[in-house]
Design a binder for this molecule. Structure first.
Ligand SMILES: Nc1ncnc2c1ncn2[C@@H]1O[C@H](COP(=O)(O)OP(=O)(O)OP(=O)(O)O)[C@@H](O)[C@H]1O
Ligand SMILES: [Mg+2]
Ligand SMILES: [Zn+2]
Length: 454
């Protein structure tokens, strides 16, 4: 066996590098590269070094019905999973420290267990007594969930193999260690090995596994991205500090649509489901103010209205501020450039602050028009019509492009009391359902129509 030399691994994305560098050129993160021994490859890596076993092949046809998905009854969770939990699937739940991952999964485990599933919760971070205290506070003490506190991967696998639960929660993957890997717990090698073993176990034995992964900033501990490719479903639990809202978002799902969101509110008694997120995200809206635009968006399969807020003020800085929260800052820069180049409206010498109310994150290009509307409204100090929602993608030429699911956006807007929509000229709408529609061909037309200039 060739002696394996030490390699350098990025703890954020798992890329391996030949030498140390300050910045990972695979994911762009700084100070995340650490020296780590690569996984041993076993004797004779090349083909033919020893003969493999022939794997039986089969056809695509099946007479078996797909196994029924199990529902937790927590609708926000079930939707993000793609319509319930698939037996034997592996789900990764990532999130910042303290965001509420353990709370969510304890509530989820209890919900599944109360519906008859055999659920096991293994904590590597907290003693069982601590988890029991949380269960007490959340009013879940009577749920038939069985608890374990362990970090040794081999012991966990043996336990799960004996118990054969329907689902197992492992909190967190970064605390696990396998005695077959010579690296510290939390290292890329350990986290990968543990995730690999658990995912393989899930498939073989039909046990659904939830892996908790902390999003780490310091680069000493491997982040959840390192195992994203191994699992069936990747879900992130997000929220702004200081906001009680939490958003569960699927970024990958082999069993359902990705980009689906579930919305929760963190309360003293745990996470409460928010069935109508649009109302929640717009709840802070008062009188019409300059700089506010309501975007009729789609998150996964669900329409969600959000408020884009802008503030534009003269800058004292040589390069003015561009502070963007909840939106893609590259997208915002593009829109600022298009406003300047195509409409002759400069933002040079002005500080720009943009955010989405309620701590929501919006990544749809359909939000372009609402972003432009908020920026223009703030700059002109003139409020947009308060009864109007906006959507439409802006191209580099300044033209507006149609977006998907216009009818669903309009329906949601109407449900929340809006009567007007500003949308692209080229947008096909089959039945606006009583909503008034203003059609706009390009940004210059938008400026003329809404702000009476152009
Ligand atoms: N007694 C309490 N009352 C209200 N909210 C609480 C209470 N205790 C905890 N919380 C909330 O729960 C959050 C922590 O939740 P939880 O432990 O599930 O998060 P986590 O993501 O698992 O964190 P960690 O990174 O520590 O594992 C706190 O940030 C707080 O908002
Ligand atoms: Mg936790
Ligand atoms: Zn990287």
């Amino acid at each position: 066996m060739a002696k394996s030399t030490n390699a350098f691994t990025c703890t954020a994305c798992g890329a391996s590098h030949k030498k140390w560098a300050g910045r990972c050129d695979a994911c762009g993160a700084w100070n995340t590269i650490v020296e780590e021994a690569p996984l041993s490859q076993g004797p004779g890596r090349g083909l033919g070094a020893h003969k493999g076993r022939a794997v039986p092949l089969s056809s695509l046809q099946t007479t078996e019905a797909p196994p029924p998905r199990s529902l937790s009854g927590m609708e926000e969770l079930d939707r993000v999973l793609g319509g319930g939990l698939v037996p034997g699937s592996a789900v990764l739940i990532g999130g910042d420290p303290g965001i509420g991952k353990s709370t969510l999964l304890l509530q989820g485990a209890a919900a599944f267990a109360r519906r008859g599933a055999n659920a096991v919760y293994i904590s590597g971070e907290e003693a069982s007594a601590q988890v029991r205290m949380r269960a007490q506070r959340l009013g879940l003490a009577d749920a038939p969930v069985r608890l374990g506190s362990e970090t040794n991967l081999r012991d966990i696998l043996t336990t799960l193999d004996n118990e054969r639960p329907d689902l197992a929660i492992i909190d967190s993957v970064q605390t696990l260690w396998s005695d077959q890997v010579e690296a510290a717990p939390g290292s890329v090698a350990q986290v990968r090995a543990a995730a690999h073993e658990l995912v393989t176990f899930a498939k073989r034995k039909g046990v659904a596994i939830f892996l908790v992964g902390h999003v780490t900033k310091d680069g000493q501990i491997a982040g959840p991205r390192v195992v994203e490719h191994m699992v069936d479903t990747v879900i992130y639990f997000e929220g702004e500090r200081g906001h009680q809202f939490r958003i569960l978002r699927s970024v990958k799902n082999r069993f359902g649509p990705a980009d689906e969101i579930g919305v929760f509110e963190m309360t003293g008694a745990g996470l409460a489901e928010v069935a109508n997120p649009s109302a929640l995200f717009l709840s802070e809206r008062g009188q019409p103010v300059p700089g506010s635009a309501v975007f009729a968006g789609i998150e996964g399969t669900r329409p969600v209205l959000t408020e884009v807020q802008a503030l534009v003020a003269p800058s004292t800085l040589a390069s003015p501020r561009r502070t963007v929260v909840g939106l893609d800052s590259g997208r915002v820069s593009t829109i600022l450039a298009v406003l300047e180049a195509r409409c002759g409206i400069p933002f040079a010498g002005l500080d720009v602050f943009l955010n989405v109310a309620g701590g929501m994150r919006v990544s749809e290009p359909a939000a372009d028009l609402a972003i432009a509307g908020a920026l223009l409204s703030a700059r002109e100090d003139s409020a947009l019509p308060p009864e109007a929602v906006l959507f439409g993608e802006i191209s580099l030429s300044g033209a507006l492009r149609p977006v998907a699911q216009a009818e669903n956006r309009l329906k949601e807007a109407q449900k929340l009391g809006f009567s007007q929509a500003i949308l692209p000229d080229s947008q096909k709408v089959e039945g606006a359902g009583g909503m008034g529609v203003s059609r706009i061909a390009d940004l210059t037309g938008f400026v003329g129509e809404v702000f009476g200039a152009g």
